[in-house]
Each structure stands twice: as C-alpha cells, then as structure tokens.
Design a protein around this ligand. Structure first.
Ligand code: FAD
Ligand code: UDP
Length: 408
C-alpha cells in the first residue's frame, strides 16, 4: 500500500496544474495516473516522422485575458506571440474569416467601408435581443446569408446537431467585426509555448521532483486497491466515473488525418500557399460546406518552426463510441440537464467514496475529499486557460482548508 496525499486522474492541463500546486505549495505526495502514453492531455504536441512539430489532437491556440494564468504558466515556458489568422473556403474560393470588413469586400467584389458594412448588417441581421441558441446568436449579428455560408453547414458537420439545438455560446465564440481585424480570437494575450506544450508540461512535472509520481498508460482504476489518499482529483469524463448509471452524456469525437509533404511535393502548391515550405495559405482553413472534413490545419504557420517539410491535418467529426476520444462535451439544454444530476453526486464526497470503494479503494483514515476538474469532468467547452484558472482556484480551496486545519 502506498500512502499518498492526492491521487490525480489525468495528466492534462487540469491534472498537472493541480499536481504542481499541491506538490510545490503544500508538499503533498501526489500520484498522477494517465491512461494515454503521454502527458499533456489534448494539448500534447510532438515531432512527426517528417520532423514537423504538430498538435496531436487538433490545433491548440493558447490565448487568455488573465494575467494570473499567463504568469502562472510563464514559470514553465517562454512564449512565442502568434496572431492566429485563419481562412474559410467555400464557393470555390478562400474568404477572410471570422467575418470582417475584408470578408464584406470579398462578398461585394469591391472596396467598402466600416459604415457601409454596418448599414448592410443593420438591414440584414434579424433582431433578437437575447439569442437563445447558436442559430439565433449568428443571425442576430450577420443575418441569414452569412450564417448559411459560413456557420450552418460547419456546425451541423461538427456537432451533428442543428445550430438551433446548441447553446448560443458555441457559435457565439466566433467574433464578428466591421473593421479589418481578422484575428480568429478575441483575447489580448495570444501566443504558443516557445518549445511546444509537451516541453512545458515536462517542466511542470520535473519541477515537482520526487513528490510527484507519474504513471502513464495506467487507468486509475488499476491503482485504487494499492494506494491510500486524502484527496481524489478527477479530470476524466464525469459519466464514465459513475459508470454511466444515470445515462451517457453526449460527446462529439474527431478523426485526425495527417499528411506530410516534402519541398518537391510542395512546389506545385506555391501559387496557393503563397510561400515556400507550406501547403495552404493559413494555419487553418475551415471548410463549412462541401467537404466531409471541417478544417485543414497546418500548424507550422503558427509554431514558426523552421523545417523544409510540412504536415497538414484534416479533421473529420465523428460520433463518440468505442475506440474514440470524447473530445467535445455538447453544450445544449438536454446534455446540461443530465450533467447537473451527475454533478450533484460528484459534489457529495460520501457518494464519490462509495463509487471508489466499489472499484477497490479502501479508506483506513476516512473518506477522501474529491475534486472534479477540467473539460471532461465539468462537461464544459472550456479552453486551456479556463481549465488552468479552474485548477488554480480549486487548489486555493484545498490550500485554505489545509491551512485552517493546521490551526485546529
Ligand atoms: P484533457 O486534456 O482531456 O485531459 C484529461 C486527461 O485525463 C486525458 O489525458 C485522459 O487520457 C485522462 N483520463 C481520462 N480518463 C482516465 C482514466 N480513467 N484513467 C487515467 N487517465 C484518464 N483550447 C484552447 O485554449 N485553444 C484551442 O485552440 C483549443 N483547441 C482545441 C481543439 C480540439 C480538437 C479539442 C478537442 C480541444 C481544444 N481545446 C482548445 C481545449 C483544450 O484541449 C482543453 O481546454 C484542455 O486540454 C483541457 O484540459 P483537461 O486537463 O481538462 O482535459
Ligand atoms: N463555426 C462555424 N464555422 C466556422 C468556424 C466555427 O460554424 O468556420 C462554429 C462551429 O459550430 C464551431 C464553433 O463555431 O464548433 C466554435 O468554433 P471554434 O473554431 O472555436 O471551434 P474549436 O476550435 O473549439 O473546435
């Protein structure tokens, strides 16, 4: 039996940020169990066979408005500023995207102004004061024509649901601008870890020293009978933890199809890519309508890696099932209602302990405190910075509990 202070499930942003704080601030002895063969969760990146640094699970564009989160992560990485710029491809041509004055000019086929675009939008948008779903949030900003061109098809492909059956927050993430700002994201800090995400996570793990034991390719359920712990931190899927007893939460999955190119193979692409060593003209091109995939990502545009080869990755949305990863929680009223029932169980340490005991855990010194954390365990369409912030906040709650107990 190994005596731990905390057993942590998952080595993504949520699990590793929590582990780092617990080890370095409270001197906790932690074990992180990760079922995959690598750290970093969905933010994992690696050099592929062509020597190109790629994001293994889709493009991960770091951004934040929070100085606290930026400062925290800056202990483990330097940053390379990136202006995330993408394009949309439909009607046989590339469009500036998200919708901005350049897109409007492409649509008109002539130069225009912010005033003209605003007047056009005022005539075309459908007045909805409080948009309730993803269709309403877009048509209330840009009207049906742009909604149908850029959003409807993409969203149905991505989510296998109509935009009207998805929370407004899904399409509401995408900015609409009447100036020439064509950056994909809104946040004021936009950058990638200079040496990649995996190197950043390596440093987080190394900084914990002997207090952290990391077990890769290990489902936490294998470990439960062999450890004791005072805290249980879970960053996997909430319904899976409770063995789907209230029903399965819906997730959307993806299939990633990478393809690499040598300089010779890239030569004919030069007129399209616009520069040598690249396959397409931007780090991401969205395909809202005519293709089965939603986007093609060429992350080398963003990482700035100097490498004569390049790799593109096509993303095909797919149902979640055996052999697939639950990449996206589906933000919609029905799934949120089911999640809330699970969340009530998760908030009760006695219920969580019973579930753990059924899987072989024993608690000689009382039931552990439990924390459900991260994108899957809170069933939220959260970005990396939000998950980091959530881990820091949950850590602070543990810290104040521990400190107050010291004085008892
Ligand atoms: P995860 O990274 O999913 O980590 C959870 C870990 O728990 C996983 O590694 C999993 O293997 C492990 N686990 C689960 N169950 C078990 C078990 N039983 N035993 C052991 N281990 C287990 N965010 C951004 O900020 N910018 C982006 O551009 C962006 N793009 C994205 C693109 C895609 C395609 C996807 C899917 C996500 C994107 N995100 C992006 C979101 C980002 O991936 C998440 O916010 C972040 O990775 C969440 O971290 P996490 O630790 O909560 O979850
Ligand atoms: N979206 C769309 N068309 C686009 C880009 C995005 O309809 O060209 C919608 C789609 O529903 C998508 C959501 O906006 O799931 C959020 O897009 P984002 O690029 O942020 O998705 P992620 O990177 O999280 O997959």
């Amino acid at each position: 039996m190994t005596n731990l202070d905390a057993l942590i499930v998952g080595a993504g942003f949520a699990g590793l940020v929590m582990a780092e704080r617990l080890c370095n601030k409270l001197g906790f002895r932690c074990l992180v169990a990760e079922k995959r063969s690598h750290i970093g969760g969905n933010a994992y990146d690696f050099q592929d066979r062509a020597g190109v640094l790629i994001h293994a699970y889709g493009p991960h564009y770091f951004r934040t408005n929070s100085p606290r989160i930026r400062e925290y992560l800056s202990q483990f990485t330097a940053w390379q500023p990136v202006e995330y710029k993408i394009l949309s491809y439909t009607d046989g041509r590339y469009w500036s995207f998200p919708i901005n004055l350049n897109t409007f000019e492409q649509f008109l086929g002539r130069p225009s102004t912010t005033e003209e675009m605003e007047a056009w939008l005022a005539n075309n948008r459908i007045p909805i004061s409080d948009p309730k779903n993803s269709e309403e949030v877009i048509i209330s900003q840009v009207g049906r024509l742009f909604y149908e061109k850029f959003f409807e098809g993409y969203t149905i492909k991505q989510w296998k649901r109509h935009p009207r059956d998805l929370d407004a927050s899904v399409c509401g993430r995408i900015p609409v601008r009447t100036n020439r700002d064509d950056r994909y994201l809104r946040e004021n800090f936009q950058a990638l870890p200079s040496d990649g995400y995996t190197r950043m996570f390596d440093r987080i793990v190394a900084g914990c020293g002997k207090l952290l034991e990391l077990k890769l390719q290990t489902d936490y359920r294998e470990i439960l009978p062999h450890v004791t712990f005072r805290y249980f931190v879970y960053t996997g899927a909430m319904d899976e933890f409770f063995e789907n007893r209230l029903g399965r939460l819906p997730y959307r999955s993806l299939r990633f199809e990478p393809e690499s190119f040598s300089p010779r193979e890239l030569e004919p692409r030069l007129p399209i890519a616009g520069k040598r060593g690249f396959w397409q003209p931007a780090m991401q091109v969205n395909y809202p309508n005519d293709e089965e995939f939603t986007r093609i990502v060429e992350i080398k545009h963003a990482t700035g890696q100097v490498c004569e080869n390049t790799t593109i990755v096509r993303e095909y949305p797919q149902d979640y099932g055996p052999g697939c990863e639950p990449y996206y929680p589906i933000p919609a009223p029905d799934s949120t209602a089911l999640y809330k029932k699970y969340a009530e169980w998760a908030a009760d340490c006695a219920i969580v302990a019973r579930q753990l005991a059924a899987m072989g855990a024993c608690f000689p010194s009382g039931i552990p405190n439990s924390v459900f954390l991260g994108r899957l365990a809170t069933y939220r369409y959260y970005n990396m910075d939000q998950v980091t912030g959530m881990a820091l906040t949950e850590f602070e709650k543990i810290e104040s509990r521990e400190r107050s107990q010291q004085f008892l």
